[in-house]
Design a protein around this ligand. Structure first.
Ligand code: ADP
Ligand code: ZN
Length: 729
């Protein structure tokens, strides 16, 4: 901070804008700001919330600068979080202001929650005692006389009307005090219901407790099959952190659907964690943000954006299902929450725990090399056995004409249903059919704004684009040749599988689950609960049924199209498919009943199918790792994508070529392309991609920064995005 000759201070303030550096503001006399203070500042014609940054305000005349309008009455953003913002910006090449924006997303949380009026007993002898008044006094005595009560809380606890409490108050029985607003969640108790762990689990838990008590940066990977008790084990790490007085963040993919997780946490700790995700009501968001900053919320379970909550004293981050692609954000700031969790641990000097039944290649390599500690849980808990997995060779056991389920699968479903157990069919495709074509002229229905087919959603009578949301009613005649009633649906989506199941099992109770179903998250939660309670015989679902749920009587899982994810030419395709199918088939047999998984495939000899069927993933992972090593791909090399998009193909391609021409020469870095991006057009924007591939020791951020600075500035509709560690390559 600088001070000019007249004593006015100048401070840098990071505002939520795509600006590369903080802006300077004048601190009006008498205003008290420190690095991290959240302030309201003028920006052009508006006012925005910003964060007072570190360092000098920069030799400017304070009188020429606009003054800070207000300092919010909330805890300053910690030094750790400010370093985190800088780190994320430096790594992802996003503007620091855009990273800071993720902290500042809850503007109204910056004002403190108003205190509540409370009552404390000071005089036990009112003028007149009635039975109702006696009840109030004895209630207060039972709970300890020093406790502050709200009016309504006391009336409720004593079982009397508010007027009784008010009458006592009028007689000076109570002293009025201010009590802080109620916490959003109760305080979790690390000793509440500690489980008896198996020997294996206890070893694992002990390794993690030691890490937590070390109170220094480390990363541990819990590698354990589904149902081995990974959750139970990392709960012990959480207990240790709570005992040490620290806050804990648990990242989970798709938090909105993990009611079961919250309940389990409650069973273990006697209180729920605070939730953090995009479905949270705005008022609740504010309160959680505020109470996390004040250190009153001890444990948060959240989606990736929870990484940007202003924890006061974070002591542990757990990343559950660490391999999950949902941790990657590909919007504005492109970041992987798993990787950034590790960075936070490093900056804050605390342990990070990653958990998965199918760890990512990256984490496996780090565990093998000793960079990460490895904690293995090789068997399911208690007598629960893993399902036996079989590949159904679709060439040998094809479905009936026009159908998609092999007789082998139908028979297995029937056996489960007849025993009163549940069967799950998994198909990672929403809607009725992924492609509609005209049988007469061959016309295919394509999205006018994207390079993708329109998916028929028969229930809604619509053809929908899954990339941009474009939709149109399904016509009766072909728009190309005009022929009536000759449009055919090609391939299955879950709605179509449901139709086939209804025909084969007319009496079964069937539930279809997909992320676009009517009723949203609330309805999904209800349906998931219903399934867990056994209120369905057959469940048909997209990948949201794959994750984390515990369905006690599910004994059969059928994968409708095991080859679906393998076809897209992406070098991560095999890993992804293996992870997803392991997870889906892992929904079966979680409570000791014999169970099985059947995977329909045209490639039963594919390494992914072999690994799934044999239950031995070592050979598969070894091959994946060897391929990454050979190709200098992450984690053995560095990779980034530069995506150029624009309203015309010529503009986008031209700009990408211009960038390519100014690419610096480097021994350590290659640049490939431009080529059309895997989805060449999205929402009317044409997309071209440059790939940057470097040795591990290459500094690809500096390379890209230099390249972008040397190239032409994007004008008009053009936009340039950088994706470090892209998901698909
Ligand atoms: P994972 O996270 O590896 O899939 P979970 O932690 O969900 O495994 O455990 C699977 C099931 O086994 C759960 O129902 C869990 O409650 C139960 N379980 C695991 N460990 C124990 C234990 N030590 N005591 C009692 N139940 C356990
Ligand atoms: Zn579209």
């Amino acid at each position: 901070m600088t001070q000019d000759s007249l004593g006015a201070r100048v401070v840098p303030v990071l505002v939520p804008m795509p600006a590369e550096a903080p802006y300077s503001y004048q601190v009006p006399p008498g205003m008290d700001v420190v690095p991290g203070s959240i302030v309201r500042v003028p920006l052009g014609p508006r006012e925005v919330a910003g964060i007072v940054w570190d360092g000098e305000g920069g030799g400017v005349d304070a009188r020429k600068l606009r003054p800070i309008a207000e300092v919010f009455d909330c805890p300053p953003v910690t030094d750790r979080m400010r370093r985190f913002v800088e780190w994320v910006a430096g790594y992802t090449l996003a503007a620091p202001g855009m990273v800071a924006r993720m902290i500042l997303r809850v503007p109204t949380a910056f004002d403190p929650e108003p205190d509540i009026d409370g009552l404390i007993l000071t005089n036990k002898h009112p003028d007149r005692i009635t039975p109702a008044r006696a009840k109030v006094l004895s209630t207060v005595e039972e709970h300890g006389e020093g406790l502050a009560w709200t009016r309504s809380g006391l009336a409720h606890a004593a079982g009397v009307s508010l007027t009784v409490v008010d009458g006592l108050a009028a007689q000076g029985v109570f002293e009025k005090v201010q009590i802080p607003a109620r916490p959003v969640v109760a305080e979790p108790d690390p000793e509440y219901a500690a489980p008896t762990l198996s020997e294996n689990q206890e070893d694992a838990a002990q390794a993690l407790r030691l890490r937590v008590n070390d109170d220094t940066f480390s990363v541990s990977l819990i590698d354990g099959v589904t149902g081995s008790g990974k959750t139970e084990v990392y709960f012990e790490a959480i207990a240790a952190a709570l005992k040490a007085g620290k806050q804990v963040l648990v990242l989970v993919p798709e938090i909105a659907l993990t009611q079961a997780f919250l309940d389990r946490f409650h069973d273990r700790f006697g209180a729920k964690p605070a939730e953090w995700h995009s479905d949270l009501a705005p008022r609740m968001r504010e309160r959680v943000w505020r109470q996390v900053a004040e250190g009153r919320v001890r444990v948060v379970a959240g989606a990736r954006s929870a990484l940007f909550l202003p924890f006061k004293d974070l002591g542990l981050i757990v990343v559950d299902e660490e391999h999950d692609p949902a941790y990657k954000q590909e919007d504005r700031v492109f970041y992987n929450a798993r990787d950034m969790a590790v960075v936070q641990g490093q900056l804050g000097n605390f342990p990070v725990v990653l958990a998965s039944a199918t760890p990512s290649v990256e984490s496996r390599v780090n565990a093998t090399s000793g960079r990460y500690g490895l904690v293995s849980l090789p068997a399911r808990f208690a007598e629960a056995a893993l399902p036996s997995i079989r590949a159904v060779d679709m060439r040998k056991a094809p479905p009936a004409r026009g159908n998609f389920l092999s007789p082998v699968l139908i028979d297995a479903m029937r056996e489960s249903v007849e025993r009163g157990e549940q069967a799950l069919l998994f198909l990672n495709r929403r809607g009725y059919a992924p492609l509609t074509l005209c049988r007469v002229c061959g016309h295919r229905f394509q999205c006018p704004q994207c390079s993708s087919w329109l998916v028929e959603h028969r229930f809604r009578g619509q053809l929908i684009c899954h990339h941009c949301g474009y939709h149109e009613p399904k016509p009766e005649a072909c728009p190309e040749c005009g022929t009536l009633d000759h449009l055919v649906a090609c391939g299955p989506g879950v709605e179509r599988i449901a139709e086939e199941v209804d025909a084969a099992f007319p009496d079964a109770r069937t539930i279809v689950l997909s992320s676009d179903m009517l009723g949203g998250t609330k309805r999904l939660r209800l349906e998931l609960e219903a399934i867990a309670k056994g209120e369905a015989d057959i469940v048909i679902g997209t990948q949201l049924v794959a994750k984390g749920h515990n369905f006690p009587s599910m004994t059969m899982v059928g994968v409708v199209d095991g080859d679906l994810g393998l076809a897209n030419g992406d070098p991560r395709a095999a890993e992804r498919t293996f992870q997803l199918l392991s997870q889906v088939t892992g929904r079966a047999g979680r409570t000791g009943k014999a169970s099985r998984g059947l995977i329909q495939t045209y490639q039963p000899d594919h390494p992914v199918m072999r690994a799934l069927v044999s239950g031995n993933s070592e050979a598969f992972y070894a091959q994946e790792i060897a391929e990454r090593r050979r190709g200098h791909l992450p984690p053995f090399g560095r990779l980034a994508a530069i995506i150029v998009s624009g309203e015309t193909k010529a503009e986008a391609e031209g700009h990408a070529r211009a960038l390519r021409r100014v690419a610096p020469d480097s021994d350590l870095i290659d640049i490939l392309g431009p080529a059309e991006a895997p989805l060449a057009m999205i929402a009317g924007r044409h997309r071209f991609r440059l790939l940057i591939q470097g040795e591990r020791k290459a500094d690809i951020q500096t390379y890209i920064r230099t390249l972008l600075a040397a190239g032409p500035k994007p004008r008009g509709s053009l936009r340039v995005q950088v994706d470090i560690d892209p998901q698909s390559f």
